[in-house]
Design a protein around this ligand. Structure first.
Ligand SMILES: NC(=O)c1ccc[n+]([C@@H]2O[C@H](COP(=O)([O-])OP(=O)(O)OC[C@H]3O[C@@H](n4cnc5c(N)ncnc54)[C@H](O)[C@@H]3O)[C@@H](O)[C@H]2O)c1
Length: 264
């Protein structure tokens, strides 16, 4: 019996990259999945994961930055699956907005990044919490970045992506506060904070979507990050930002005793 048999998961931004890997890993581990994305290709992606895993995987076109789309995702999942147990807040956008960018550009970039990376997470999670409570508990995983963790080498933790960085630092606030306030409801909340992972977002930073050879040699793979997410859910801890750095093993760190107390 797979470990997540009978569980239902929602994954945002699942048409490609990490979100697709999360949806696939959840299905491989026995969960039914509602995978949504702004891209219409989510239907094909979901169908392919369903065919490969034998699980029920629904692909839905929805934009996490829109209130009504968040409501539709949560309400339809409850109506169609009877409820859900896991929410992976993965959808994210990345953009460089150097501090000397124009005023108009800066304000437009703020809305573009924050509406998805932060407000979307807030809306979807606030709608999810009462539904997770109805199931007797569950898991929320906020997909962040290693920028919010101590640097492990020179050149990490970029300075020119201040808005993206701010959006992911703010996720820490959600993760920390929700883990504390929802522990009583048996709802665990963690962040997953990875470095360079081979996805269309990362490839989009380079000419012809080609990773430079030195990066291609070391870049992390979405499936390995997704396995770390599965391990995290099975582990049962709460209130942690779990790191994954290029050049280091992708694994769960030992749990500080305090976090065991939070998760009960
Ligand atoms: N790839 C990396 O190196 C890396 C490193 C650290 C953190 N992350 C984080 O991981 C997450 C996934 O990144 P990725 O690299 O797979 O990116 P990606 O751009 O390849 O995939 C993101 C997916 O989210 C979807 N999406 C974007 N905005 C959306 C919205 N408003 N509503 C619904 N779907 C939306 C996109 O269409 C896309 O399918 C992001 O939160 C990102 O910040 C990625």
């Amino acid at each position: 019996m797979a470990r997540l048999d009978g569980k239902v998961a929602i994954v945002s931004g699942a048409a490609q990259g990490l979100g697709e890997a999360y949806a696939r890993a959840l299905a491989e581990n026995g969960a039914s999945v509602v995978a949504f994305d702004v891209q219409a290709s989510i239907a094909e992606v979901a169908a392919s994961i369903a065919a490969d895993t034998g699980q029920r995987v629904e692909g839905v076109v929805a934009d996490v930055s829109l209130k009504e789309d968040c409501q539709r995702i949560v309400n339809d999942t409850v109506a169609n699956f009877g409820g859900f147990d896991i929410l992976i807040n993965n959808a994210g956008t990345w953009k460089e907005t150097p501090v000397d960018s124009s005023w108009e550009q800066t304000v437009a970039d703020w809305d573009f990044i924050m509406d998805t990376n932060l407000k979307g997470v807030l809306m979807l999670s606030r709608l999810a919490v009462p539904k997770l409570r109805e199931r007797g508990g569950g898991d929320i995983v906020n997909i962040s970045t290693y920028y919010v963790l101590p640097a492990r080498s020179n050149g990490t933790n970029q300075a020119h992506t201040d808005l993206y960085n701010a959006s992911k630092w703010a996720l820490n606030g959600f993760t920390d506060a929700w883990a504390k306030s929802l522990a009583k409801d048996n709802i665990r909340v963690n962040g997953q904070c990875m470095g360079a992972t081979d996805t269309p977002m990362l490839r989009g930073l380079f000419d012809d979507n080609q990773l430079p050879p030195d990066m291609a040699a070391v870049v992390m793979q979405p499936a390995d990050i997704a396995q770390q997410m599965i391990d995290l859910i099975n582990d049962g801890r709460s209130g942690e930002n779990i790191g994954a750095w290029v050049g280091y093993p992708i694994e769960l760190p030992p749990t500080p005793a305090a976090h065991r107390l939070v998760s009960g």
